[in-house]
Design a protein around this ligand. Sequence first.
Ligand code: NZQ
Ligand code: ZN
Length: 391
Amino acid sequence: MQNFTLHTTTEVVFGRDIEKNVGPKLKELGASRVLVHFGGGSVKRNGLLDKVEQSLTDAGLSYIELGGVSPNPKLSLVREGIALAEKENVDFILAVGGGSVLDSAKGIGMGVATGRDPWEFASTGTAPDKTLPVASVLTLAASGSETSNSCVLTNEENMEKRGITSQTNRPCVSFLNPENTYTVSKFQTGCGIVDIMMHTLERYLTPGDGSDITDRLAEGLLIAVRDAGRVAIENPCDYEARATLMWAGSVSHNGYTGCGRASTFPVHKLEHELSAFHDEIAHGAGLSVLFPAWALYVMEHDIPRFAQLANRVFGVEMDFVHPERTAREGILTMKRFFAEIGMPVRMEQLGLKPEDYETLANNAVKTVRGPVKSYVPLDEQAIVSIFKLAE
Ligand code: NZQ
Ligand code: ZN
């Protein structure tokens, strides 16, 4: 087991009917004027925004609203939010929505507190050291942003999508009511299932020393998400399935399933280029196309680990003579699972054509300033080969 530090600072309030606690908790944390941030309208249509704002009012807190966050959240709205928060003397930000709303809220929080444009951090790979407090009422189990140290923004001026990593990005409190995910579409539920699995897989499928306890936690999470995912796709209002996905989403990306292992996140790095290139590509959909291709490309560098995953999580019988067959069958089983839950598994299903591959590969290498780290460094040629495996 490698050395590690785990400091997950987000308080999680989980379960039914917790929206009424939002106002009192924010007051306890020192809020007085709150910026309520949300997306394209789902929280208005399903009544959640009204409930949350009522709770703020009941607690004697004043608030202003800023809606309109789009999937793959945009820097321009973050900048608008920073200006609004400064003008209105906001001292607390409450995100009501999915990962995009959360990340937009984090961008506003760091911008106000540091007095710097968030893109300065994103474009230079530096980290903010303070933020206005950010809280969330999560509506979609997927990104893990409700407890993560990450914030991913898209700059529409050059269509670059970049992450900002900082301990200060972790929300101070997140409210997780699985019922608030009942209205999530089958497609977005599928995207969430893939993203949750990927946050653990990108910590599990890495070279170097690891640890049995971390492996077993990761494998348990993957099995639970696979099974609950099937149920939630079939019956969107199954509380236990939605609860499993919601908690797994947080656990999968707060660092817990990677303790003692290296992590490099190559599939995420490649995916961010896809959803930056075509804004309508959902993060989870890009991942479901890329993961099997990436896995087939690199598996020869760690056959025992891919075979272990195949056997323990997907029930593929271990072929001790030809473990590469087990490893390969595991990857194909996972690809079939993604297709079964309605996710794309081929580049053309994302609207991407072979003539786009070089640009995408070039962008990926440019973003990380060199080859993408993985079992082997992935240069432009390797990345194009992965895209071809995803055809
Ligand atoms: O905008 P509204 O109307 O709310 O609709 C959203 C949006 O269209 C809808 N939705 C959310 N909750 C709903 C709902 N519809 C009905 N009922 C509900 N309860 O779902 C659509 C997608 O929402 P979005 O927030 O974009 O999805 P997700 O949570 O998957 O977040 C994706 C973003 O997070 C980033 C991704 O790159 C992407 O930009 N990530 C952030 C991470 C982090 N900060 O730690 C890590 C991830 O790896 C990821 O990169
Ligand atoms: Zn992700």
